[in-house]
Design a protein around this ligand. Structure first.
Ligand code: AMP
Length: 362
């Protein structure tokens, strides 16, 4: 069975690496060669809206999925007439637009932070007055890893934030004085079977995920996250893996955003769970039974960002697993990650903190 994948980044690469043992084949589509997935699987190159390329991937794949959130909606519409697509294009279209995402959370009664659409400087002034300061102005589309965001701390920042982002549709939202951040990753099969991984506790730096620790044991938060994931997945009749990122404030979850795909905060599941998020995504979209999502121990995952630390040092650390995405270094770019599994939560916390300090100094 061949799985077509739109976007050929590191998520696609890890999907392919998880799929080969299941006997799956892959065909990627991306704009240019040399991407992380292209290094491990056959790929087509060109525009995501090229009808000939889309028809080729549709005719050669039993199911098409995506590893990139900004795949144009029209590409999925064309594919949907020719082959099976999972997750549902509507879930992707919703996640592509922060306003649609917030409206979905409101409709499904998922608590989220206060927000307003902003299309003019006057709108922004009104939103800041109604919702209050500080706040964050974000582009509705095409933002990732903290890009397309401006923090507005006082009235004096309003004009410059508008100057920086004002040529796209925007969303203003309250700055959340969160205690910490978590994410929940679930998987749903074609027949509606649902499983959730243990919660992830995430540390972001400069808007980019740096560190994940899992399982983050909190029965109350996990139950709330499970309800939210199920509700969102049932709404879309979802098939595949879905991640939702939350702020935790005074013991309550506030949804920040969702990702209709495998997620960076779930990379620990490759070594740290019975079945990885990548394998479970493939099982779901290929109509296979889902695998066990239980953790094998207490995992940590650190992203390697901007520059690769010395490989010899990393590989010299007992039980540290290196994932190198084969990308060229660039500031702020995710080049790889490392994971480890410990037998106690305390040992995992200590190791994660030590590793973070060490990698920052390398
Ligand atoms: P996002 O692209 O919306 O996921 O934002 C990336 C990161 O920036 C989040 O994980 C938070 O650490 C931070 N952030 C974004 N929006 C807010 C907010 N409204 N309040 C506080 N922190 C935020």
């Amino acid at each position: 069975m061949t799985v077509g994948v739109l976007g050929a980044g590191q998520l696609g690469r890890m999907l392919a690496l998880a799929g080969y043992p299941l006997g799956l084949d892959f065909l990627f589509l991306d704009r240019e060669p040399g991407t992380p997935s292209h290094q491990v699987a056959p790929s087509l190159f060109g525009s995501f809206t090229d009808p000939a390329l889309l028809d080729e991937i549709a005719s050669r794949s039993e199911v098409v999925t995506f590893d990139w959130e900004n795949v144009p909606a029209e590409a999925l519409e064309r594919l949907a007439q020719r082959t099976r697509i999972a997750p549902p294009p509507l879930a992707l279209a919703t996640a592509q637009d922060r306003l649609l995402e917030k409206e979905l959370f409101a409709r499904l009664k998922v608590p989220t932070n206060r927000n307003r659409a902003v299309d003019s400087l006057a709108d922004l002034r009104r939103a800041a007055a109604e919702i209050g300061l500080p706040g964050v102005l974000k582009t509705r589309r095409l933002g990732y890893d903290g890009k397309g965001q401006q923090v507005i701390r006082g009235d004096k920042d309003i004009e410059s934030a508008w100057q920086a982002l004002g040529n796209s549709p925007l969303l203003y939202e309250a700055m959340v004085p969160f205690d910490y951040e978590v994410s929940a990753i679930g998987v749903r099969s074609r027949s509606g079977e649902f499983r959730m991984y243990p919660l992830n506790r995430n540390l972001h730096q400069g808007g980019i995920l740096r560190l994940t620790r899992a399982p983050w044991k909190s029965a109350a938060l996990e139950a709330a996250a499970r309800r939210t994931l199920k509700r969102v997945m049932e709404h879309f009749d979802y098939v595949g893996v879905l991640a939702i990122e939350f702020f935790v404030q005074r013991g309550r979850l506030l949804a920040n955003e969702m990702a209709p795909r495998v997620h960076n905060s779930g990379h620990w599941t490759i070594e740290g769970a019975i079945t990885s998020q990548f394998e479970n995504h493939l099982r779901a979209i290929c109509g296979m039974p889902l695998g066990d999502t239980a953790a094998r121990g207490h995992s940590g995952m650190l992203n390697l960002i901007g520059a690769m630390p010395q490989r010899e040092w990393l590989l010299g650390q007992a039980g540290l697993h290196l994932h190198d995405y084969g990308k060229s270094p660039r500031p702020g770019r995710k080049l790889g990650h490392v994971t480890f599994v410990e037998t106690t939560a305390r040992a995992a916390d200590l190791r994660a903190n030590r590793l973070l300090r060490r990698i920052e100094s390398l």
